[in-house]
Design a protein around this ligand. Structure first.
Ligand code: CO
Length: 181
């Protein structure tokens, strides 16, 4: 395995559309392993082909949910809900912005063995899949942040804050019961 050079925002390659992977060869597998190593070395949670200068529909993801995803020709077949969170990107150093993404997605891809996989993803994994798949179409998270309706971002943040508080209150009540016992 080898650490590859991560392309940054001035690089035109990040704006190009990627081509489908036609055959899962040894080269593709080496590339996926290199992408993972590069991602871990740079403390990322996802990395897409163009970020290492490869215009192929490939990405790797590890959001610390116990799985390492190597995705070949991934597509999103379903998007549900909306939520907002801060995003960053290894190709856009030192920039973090709010981006509205679906709460959950259903994605389909081929793994490194050529098996077709379908997953339902929530939260950070769903966000990461959307972010990486955008890279395959030359779209960066800053584009999404720019086109996001600021009022909507505020509304979603407020809604999420309320939900979090309600959830914390419930937790607190549970704790009280335990103490009373
Ligand atoms: Co990125």
């Amino acid at each position: 395995m080898a650490i590859r050079n991560v392309r940054v925002v001035e690089d035109d390659i990040l704006r190009k559309e990627c081509r489908e992977v036609k055959e899962i060869t040894e080269r593709v597998n080496i590339l996926l392993d290199d992408m993972l190593e590069t991602m871990y070395a740079t403390n990322g949670v996802g990395l897409a082909g163009p970020q290492v200068g490869i215009l192929k529909r490939l990405c790797v993801i590890d959001v610390d949910d116990g799985n390492v995803y190597k995705m070949i020709n991934p597509i999103i077949i379903e998007r549900n809900g909306e939520c907002v969170d801060i995003e960053g990107c290894l190709s856009i150093p030192n920039v973090n912005e709010y981006v509205i993404r679906p709460e959950s997605v259903v994605a389909r891809y081929f793994d490194e063995n050529g098996d077709e996989i379908e997953i339902e993803a929530y939260d950070l994994l769903a966000r990461c899949i959307c972010h990486e798949l955008d890279h395959l179409d030359g779209v960066l998270f800053t584009d999404r942040a720019k086109e996001a309706d600021k009022v909507k971002v505020e509304e979603l943040l407020e809604k999420q804050k309320q939900l979090e508080e309600e959830y914390c209150d419930e937790d607190f009540e549970d704790d009280l019961e335990i103490i009373e016992e």
